[in-house]
Design a protein around this ligand. Structure first.
Ligand SMILES: Nc1ncnc2c1ncn2[C@@H]1O[C@H](COP(=O)(O)OP(=O)(O)OP(=O)(O)O)[C@@H](O)[C@H]1O
Ligand SMILES: [Mg+2]
Length: 259
């Protein structure tokens, strides 16, 4: 399988500190890749480097076999990516305007924008918020707007940084189910950072464990969770103490964890 994005000898440093050091890493077409790791491990930074929001300090990022030079990302490529950051950056304007922004930048017609925004507002259960100023939303409402804004441009690859962290449990479950279906229906590749083992288990096909700016393990999600290596076991085993059922086969057969 050819990778969609490949990192080669990539490092990222800030203030004389190496934050990421990744000799080789690949993201494949159509996969939903999870990223987990302790606070400060470098997950958000990696997401920003992969989505060209931050420039790497050294090494290469290769997109479908084409090396993209640092700081020279073609606009057409940028527009195939969509990013929902950890701190959602909603603008002073209505929810409708915020969700419409990506389409407006792509010069989509007003009628089409209205149709699409209406559709995504409905899908994320926020139609009633359309006219509300986005700066006054609750955390959970803002996360839905953030997701709708990222999805509406029908990206080839979607980068999500803890997108469900502020949602109450029933909302989280509903949105995760909807979201998984949308990703599968649209065959969108997604990279998804989370601290929530349940989200990772439910949504992702492959999992990368990031510790100290390095990818310490990657592989099929269930395999990584069941077989942490010597570098990831101290991190994963802590988690597994509290979620033993997630690595128990019989539990996985249950309706919610459709794996
Ligand atoms: N521009 C910067 N200048 C200095 N330090 C930075 C910069 N960007 C990131 N860092 C540092 O790099 C480390 C990794 O940060 P990052 O936000 O990627 O972690 P994370 O894995 O996403 O953590 P969390 O789980 O808390 O969100 C942190 O120690 C952070 O302070
Ligand atoms: Mg982060």
């Amino acid at each position: 399988m050819n990778p969609l994005i490949e990192l080669k000898n990539m490092t990222y440093s800030a203030q004389q500190k190496t934050i990421l050091d990744i000799p080789s890493f690949k993201i494949y077409d159509g996969e939903i890749l999870g990223m987990m790791g302790p606070n400060g491990a470098g997950k958000s930074t990696l997401l920003k480097v992969l989505s060209f929001l931050e420039k790497q300090s050294s090494g290469e990022i290769v997109y479908r076999g084409r090396t993209i030079r640092s700081g020279q990302v073609p606009l057409d490529l940028r527009r195939r990516f969509s990013v929902a950051l950890q701190k959602s950056l909603l603008l002073d304007g209505t929810v409708f305007q915020n969700i419409a922004l990506g389409l407006k930048l792509r010069k989509v017609s007003k009628a089409m924008i209205k149709e699409k925004v209406t559709h995504w507002l409905e899908l994320f259960g926020i139609s009633h918020l359309a006219k509300k100023n986005a700066l006054y939303l609750s955390g959970g409402e803002a996360q839905r707007v953030n997701l709708a804004r990222a999805m509406i441009v029908e990206p080839e690859i979607l980068f999500l940084d803890e997108p469900f962290s502020a949602l109450d449990f029933p909302t989280k479950i509903r949105l995760m189910e909807d979201f998984k279906r949308i990703l599968e229906d649209t065959r969108t590749t997604a990279v998804f950072v989370s601290h929530d083992l349940m989200e990772i288990h439910y949504l992702t096909n492959r999992l990368a464990i990031i510790v100290n700016g390095q990818v310490k393990q990657s592989g099929p999600t269930t395999f990584v969770l069941e077989h942490p290596n010597t570098s990831t076991q101290s991190f994963l085993n802590e988690w597994k103490k509290f979620f033993p059922a997630l690595t128990d086969n019989s539990f996985r057969q249950e309706k919610f964890l459709k794996l």
